[in-house]
Ligand binder design. Sequence first.
Ligand SMILES: [Zn+2]
Length: 408
Amino acid sequence: MITILGVQSLDGEIVDLTIPSSQEKILEAKGLTLFPALIDPHVHFRTPGHEYKEDWRTAAKAALRGGYTTVFDMPNTLPPTVTATLLQEKKALINAQLNDIGIPLHYELFFGADKNHLTEIPSVKHDIIGIKVFMGCSTGNLVIDDDESLRSVFEIAATHQLLVAVHAEDEHLIRQQKIKYQGATDYQTHSRIRNEEVAVCAVEKAIHLTRQYGTRLYILHTSTKQEIALIKQAKQAGLPVFAETTPHHLFLNETAYRDLKGKAVVNPPLRSAEHNVALFNAIHEGIIDTIGSDHAPHTLSEKEKPYGECPSGMPGIETTLPLLLNAHHAGLLTLDEIVALTSRRARAIFNLPENTDIVLVDLHKTAPVIEKNLKTKCSWSPYANQILRGWPVYTILDGICYKLETLS
Ligand SMILES: [Zn+2]
């Protein structure tokens, strides 16, 4: 049993509590605040096929350091997770990697929608958290770019009561835009090619299909005020539409290209500052349900490549909670909104069972993001050297207490 003494609850009360455990441990938690452990509905831990960028041995430690004990991994690996066999093979690899480090991280897997393997969906329905649809190409080759296949996915998902998570960027618009900006070398071109219309058009299409089939729809990485307006409308109409945003769409914008260069390249791209504001407002209104780190590591040398060759994506799982807590101190978010974004809404949307996992946070610890201390294999952060106030100190997963500062 783990006994936690003198911890502050989210209501501000000082309480003692116990957590079932095979360890006998007493934690003096004076000055720390108790949060439910975080759930990350959107990570790319790169196994199989891209283990040089990240694997579950490094990523699980990064997750714990970020206060997370549950993650949902995306299917755009090499090979992509598009058949029952590939799904089982991926699980075996993940379990072996977690076993190596002895961290029983909770995870769920998304199944990739691929037009040649849609018939596999019914056979995996009890083993997956949902179906991931790339409406536009991102890392990997997984894409559903024709209306007929997209319609089939929504129909199959509705029949089998599966949730569809969409990467909502329209592939046809992206292709047109790429021709228009051919030869451009400025990293900021990325935001021009994958402009707001690219995302809005895809979200519109996905919501339309949900209206038609009743499919539960989870819109990944919402990044624009126009998408927010469409999602608001859909929710008001009673449609089962849920929305995620990311730390980078909340805390970064196009001005980041100047310093971060290729590190700022991400899909969907960074937008202008007005969209940051709109996203915070959408959180207050309950239009945005969750935050997904979209932890998508690439090596530094990959991110230093010129525009066009530089892959999209950035790491994020270790810095999301400190960024949110720092925003709380700046008056941008309440602690209850942070809990809703990082665990409560995800638990409800994805029907996750309750557990005893928690994270103990020092709301007032003020420290910079130090890249060499990060556990992610890529060892860099778009928030490097930023001083943030509010950091997790202990994460408790399945009755095992991890002291984050000394996690090796
Ligand atoms: Zn992603």
